[in-house]
Design a protein around this ligand. Structure first.
Ligand code: NCD
Length: 357
């Protein structure tokens, strides 16, 4: 199935890994085409409306009742872990979780490869969040190489691996739910094409903004605005990717510079877990990348304010309770669960049953 050694596979540039992983794993936002994104959003919407009726909920709940999922999350997580778990429950999957390496055999010296090989002996899907940038790629390789197979759509396939956050580089399923949220916010203003999207905060180490930037290749005439102090600005690899897809971007250091023209404002937290020195004190982010309540008055009437969450002090607390429909981050959180239903349904090829119900 995969005739390349793990070391050689790890050395491949991401673009060259894509043909191997397509349809067997969800590791990178770059995997997705515009048609894929549109399909996922339709599937999420359809699942959401089906679940409203007992019959629809029963139909969804029977789709994957013979499958077992493992949520292997060894970095902190609330939303991604819970929404994956809820999505699996909606689809009727049995679920297990492993969240602490100290109580797994890794503490006895087991390698990640051996751990993954063990997991896939018991389950039909692994969703994973790991501090190591390569962990999900390694898991994919092990699943592709190992003999255990799961039958999907009549064909034997490797156990699917979904990244729920890889180091500080990738968070593809967050990017999918962000697209779903952007699409909903722009439902009456022409969709995502042609929009100006401002990404704010720790763009250097924030994996959500990196994955979302990759997805922009699928939209026409979008423009990105990176609002961050120099030390947290977007890294060159993403800028190169945007250049190669002719996606224009500007770097600014203050939200206020683009607040009146941005169609979406995507806030992020300073990712200080990657700081070398652990002070235990969260540095307040720079004042000019804090979303102040007064900015609501300056935002376009059709704009939206997003955040992958968790947030700290980068959004003033009154914004949460401003009762402003442009503040969408709590809805974004819920959208995540439906997008993850769509992701799992698509991997197990039960999307057509959902769409035709
Ligand atoms: C993000 C993450 O883990 O990268 N959270 C999430 O999945 N919604 C963002 C963050 O931790 O700041």
């Amino acid at each position: 199935m995969i005739d390349i050694s793990l070391n050689d596979f790890l050395k491949l540039p991401e673009a060259d890994k894509l043909p191997y992983i397509k349809e067997y794993a969800l590791l990178y936002a770059q995997q997705f085409s515009r048609a894929d994104l549109d399909d996922y959003c339709i599937l999420a919407d359809k699942s959401r409306s089906l679940f409203k009726s007992p019959d629809g909920a029963r139909l969804l709940g029977n789709l994957l009742s013979n499958r077992i999922a493992l949520n292997f999350f060894v970095q902190p997580s609330s939303r991604t872990f819970l929404s994956f778990s809820a999505a699996q429950a909606i689809l009727g999957m049995k679920r297990m979780s492993l969240r602490d390496l100290n109580i797994s055999s890794v503490s006895k010296g087991e390698s990640l490869q051996d751990s993954i090989r063990t997991f896939i002996s018991y389950v039909d899907l692994v969703v994973m969040r790991h501090f190591d940038n390569d962990a999900a790629v390694i898991a994919f390789w092990v699943a592709a190489k190992a003999s255990r197979r799961v039958t999907i759509g009549g064909t034997e396939k490797p156990i699917p691996i979904i990244s729920g956050g890889s180091g500080n580089l990738h968070h593809p399923t967050q990017a999918l739910l962000d697209i779903y949220t952007l699409g909903k916010s722009f439902e009456n203003s022409g969709g995502i094409d042609g929009k100006k999207i401002m990404l704010v905060g720790d763009l250097k180490r924030g994996r959500t903004v990196r994955s979302l930037s990759y997805l922009m290749k699928n939209y026409k005439n979008v423009e990105l605005i990176f609002a961050a102090p120099d030390e947290f600005q977007m890294k060159d690899d993403i800028l190169k990717f945007l250049d190669s897809h002719a996606i224009p971007y500007t770097k600014i250091d203050s939200i206020s510079e683009a607040i009146g023209t941005a169609d979406a404002i995507y806030m992020t937290r300073i990712q200080d877990e990657w700081d070398n020195v652990k002070t235990g004190v969260h540095p307040r982010t720079h004042d000019n990348v804090i979303f102040k309540t007064e900015y609501l008055k300056l935002m376009k009437p059709t704009a939206c304010l997003m955040h992958p969450l968790p947030k700290r002090d980068e959004i003033e607390i009154d914004v949460d309770y401003a009762n402003d429909s442009r503040v969408v981050y709590w809805r974004q959180e819920r959208n995540g669960m439906w997008m993850r239903v769509a992701i799992i349904a698509k991997i197990f090829q039960c999307d057509q049953i959902i769409l035709s119900s």
